[in-house]
Design a protein around this ligand. Structure first.
Ligand SMILES: *Cc1c(COP(=O)(O)O)cnc(C)c1O
Length: 396
C-alpha cells in the first residue's frame, strides 16, 4: 500500500513503503540519537553558517549553471548544465561529506568510517576528515583497490587508513558489509559516513538534506537566467544522492518534468545492468527497503555499469516512492550511449564529464533529438578525470 505523502518528506523513516530501519535494537538506538542531533543542528544558525562557509570557501559553491551553446545549437533545444563537477574533489559527494563530518564533530565523534567503490566517496570522506581533524577508516574491496590505485594513493596522502576487503566478490557490496561490522564495534566514538541516500533511516534523510543545496541553487539560478523554469530536469541515479539533491528543488513545480537516469550497462539481463528501479523488486539491503536487483532467493545480485559509481544493486528509498507516485520518470542509458555522450560533451563543449554523469548527458541529448525548443537542465554530477585512463585503454 502506498501511503501518499504530499510534501515528499519521510514519515517515521519511510517514504511510502520504502526505507525503514532494518537493524538491531542497539543500532536503532544510536541511529535515533544521530537523527535527533541532526535535527537539532539543522535548526542551529551557527551550524548552518559553518556549513555554508565551507560550501563557499572550501568547495567553491555556488556551482554555476552553464548554457551549453554548442550542444544546444546542434540539437535544436536549450541544454543547461549544473556544474557539480566544479566542486572541490570533482563531484557532488563533497556536499554530504562536509555535512556528515561536521555532524560527527558536533556529536563528539573522533572518527569517520566509510566504504568506497571506485574511491570517489573515499577521497571525499578522507578530504573532509583531514579538514576537520577526524580519523578516517575507508573500507574498499581488494579488486577495486587494484583498479583505482590513484584514488587509494590520494586517500593515504590525506591521512586515511584504507582497509582492503577480501571477502566475496571483493567489491563495493562487501566493503559496505565490512564497514558496517567495524562501525558496530566502534559506534560510540565513530560516525558512519554513508556515500549516498541509502542505508537505514536516518541516513537517506540526512544525505538528502545536505545534497538539496544543488536543487535550491539550480532553481534560483535558472529563474535568474531565464525568468522561467526548465521544462526538464535530469540526473543520473546510482544510490540517488545527486539526483535527489537536484530533484528536491523542483518536485513542487508541476510543470517541470523530472527524469532519473539509471545505468542499463550491457543490457536488460540480470547481472548486466544496475537499473534497480527499472528491473528490481522490493527487497531489503544494508538495513533499508527499496527496489533491489536480486536473485530468486531474494539475495542482492552484483550490479554492473561501466560507471562504477552507479553499480549498486539497491537505490534510495525516496526514488522508489517518487517512481510509485509517478512524480519522477526513471529511464535507462546503456554503457555505449553513456560513452558516446562522454566523448560528445568533451568535444563539443570542452567539458569532460564523469562516466556516471555521462548517463544524464546522454539522456538529455536523446531528449533534445526528439523535441524542439525545450529547456533541458542536466545535473553534471562530476568530472571525468578519474575515467580517462580507463576509457583510453578499454574503449577506443
Ligand atoms: C558517486 C557518483 C555518482 C552516483 O552516486 P549518487 O548517489 O547516485 O549521486 C554519480 N556521479 C558521480 C560523479 C559520482 O561520483
Amino acid at each position: 500500500m502506498i501511503n501518499k505523502i504530499e510534501n515528499y518528506e519521510q514519515i517515521n523513516g519511510f517514504f511510502g513503503e520504502y526505507g525503514g530501519q532494518y537493524v538491531d535494537e542497539e543500532l536503532k538506538e544510536e541511529f535515533n540519537k544521530i537523527y535527533d542531533e541532526f535535527l537539532k543542528l539543522t535548526k542551529s544558525e551557527d551550524f548552518k553558517n559553518e556549513l555554508n562557509e565551507l560550501y563557499k570557501q572550501y568547495s567553491g559553491r555556488p556551482t554555476p549553471i552553464y548554457f551549453a551553446k554548442n550542444l544546444s545549437k546542434k540539437y535544436g533545444n536549450e541544454i543547461y548544465l549544473k556544474r557539480e563537477d566544479l566542486n572541490h574533489t570533482g563531484a557532488h559527494k563533497i556536499n554530504h561529506c562536509l555535512g556528515e563530518a561536521l555532524l560527527a564533530k558536533k556529536m563528539g565523534k573522533k572518527k569517520i568510517i566509510a566504504e568506497t567503490g571506485a574511491g570517489q566517496h573515499g577521497v571525499a570522506t578522507a578530504t573532509v576528515a583531514a579538514l576537520l581533524g577526524l580519523e578516517c577508516d575507508i573500507y574498499m574491496g581488494e579488486v577495486d583497490i587494484n583498479k583505482a590505485i590513484s584514488n587509494v594513493n590520494k586517500m593515504k596522502l590525506l591521512g586515511a587508513n584504507v582497509i582492503s576487503v577480501t571477502s566475496g566478490s571483493k567489491t563495493l557490496k562487501e566493503a559496505v558489509d565490512e564497514a558496517f561490522i567495524a562501525y558496530k564495534k566502534e559506534y560510540k566514538t565513530a560516525l558512519y559516513a554513508i556515500g549516498s541516500v541509502v542505508g537505514p533511516h536516518p541516513f537517506p534523510a540526512i544525505i538528502e538534506y545536505f545534497q538539496s543545496i544543488i536543487g535550491r541553487e539550480a532553481r534560483s539560478q535558472f529563474i535568474e537566467m531565464k525568468n522561467c523554469l526548465p521544462d526538464y530536469v535530469i540526473a543520473c541515479v546510482g544510490g540517488g544522492s545527486n539526483a535527489i539533491g537536484m530533484f528536491d528543488g523542483f518536485l513542487n513545480d508541476k510543470s517541470v518534468k523530472i527524469v532519473g537516469v539509471e545505468p542499463l550497462g550491457r543490457g536488460e539481463k540480470s547481472g548486466e545492468n544496475a537499473a534497480s528501479i527499472n528491473y528490481g523488486k522490493d527487497g531489503i539491503i544494508h538495513g533499508f527497503k527499496c527496489k533491489l536487483l536480486q536473485d530468486n532467493a531474494g539475495n542482492p545480485i552484483e550490479a554492473y555499469s561501466i560507471a562504477s559509481g552507479l553499480d549498486y544493486p539497491g537505490v534510495g528509498p525516496k526514488h522508489c516512492y517518487l517512481k510509485d507516485i509517478g512524480r519522477v520518470d526513471y529511464e535507462t542509458i546503456s554503457d555505449k550511449e553513456a560513452l558516446d555522450a562522454f566523448f560528445e560533451l568533451s568535444k563539443t563543449e570542452g567539458i569532460i564529464p564523469a562516466l556516471e554523469s555521462s548517463h544524464a548527458v546522454a539522456y538529455g541529448i536523446k531528449l533534445a533529438k526528439n523535441n524542439q525548443n525545450k529547456k533541458i537542465l542536466i545535473n553534471l554530477s562530476g568530472r571525468g578525470d578519474k575515467d580517462i585512463d580507463f576509457i583510453l585503454s578499454n574503449c577506443k
